[in-house]
Write a protein that binds this ligand. Sequence first.
Ligand code: PMP
Length: 368
Amino acid sequence: MTRPYNFSAGPAAIPEEVLQQAAAEMLDWQGSGMGVMEMSHRGKEFISIYEAAEADLRSLLAVPANFKILFMQGGGLAENAIVPLNLSQGGAVDFVVTGSWSQKSFKEAGKYASNRLAASGEASNFTSVPDAASWKLGSDAAYVHLCSNETIHGVEFQQLPDLKALGCNAPLVIDFSSHVASRPVDWSRVGLAFGGAQKNIGPAGLTIVIVREDLLGRALPVCPTAFDYKTVADNQSMFNTPPTWGIYMAGLTFQWLQRQTEGSLTGVAAMEARNIAKAELLYGYIDASQLYVNKVDKAYRSRMNVPFLLRDESRNDAFLAGAKARGLLQLKGHKSVGGMRASIYNAMPLAGVQALVDYMREFERTSA
Ligand code: PMP
């Protein structure tokens, strides 16, 4: 291990094997005489990269055949507009707001649809989520939106709500940007999932949208053609030039994911087991310590993003400087929450979390 451990919330660490393979293939992809960035997206070389990436993602996430996988651009924030443009039909949309990212989605949708607040965790400073039974879901909602992992507040749904059981027939839209591929997705509860790639999948610039086929073809007339999911789906994500480098890097990451094992588990199931172990190690230490605190309701604590505060905030800079000196990078918390945040995505090994906990223990001992 020569590289430091990188705890960035995103763009975030990429598995070293993936970076090495990309470096080795940078000038000449598999004897083609071209680097991937230099290839036509319509040539057979890139089409083979695209098809493998799509098929691998489908199998890793067990995406059913009646869902389309789209490779788009614009990130999560563009999807905050693209989703209502495609699905709202100008009607009403219900939002479950559990942190900064779903709050942004709620606001942006108001430009295109009647955005209604079905539930909000704001009263708890986004440290918890109102019980699903209390959500105010309208019978006329075009869809219900939630962010299944709030990257800034460190709040994650451990289970997606079963809207039908709540008496709501609308499709569920999830923003899974910051925990995609870290755990399985229950597609029986989802109509559409979107996420930027720059946390668990690869470099920034690629957005993944997985959408149930019956939701295609509903876009408002003002929807830009390049953002109409039906157009994108009908053209295998090549209506316009797709983010070819991002798709290639995602494909390498999917192959890396397929190679991961934990006991008898492979792929996303192996990642989930590893991510549970990483999160238990870190939260377990924080909860037992006198110096550090994580305020999130245990039922909703994120396995991916662990915000924590030092009870003595005057020690923040010293903590960060010491961490950096030990090769533990990008631990500063988001400015809206303060303190620290350790993002421990798929590419972070258990040894990286152990190194962080060892440092936290040492810092606590020397600060006492
Ligand atoms: N949603 C979530 C959950 C995020 O974490 C982020 C980025 N951190 C976004 C949306 C916005 O993504 P982008 O900056 O790629 O638009």
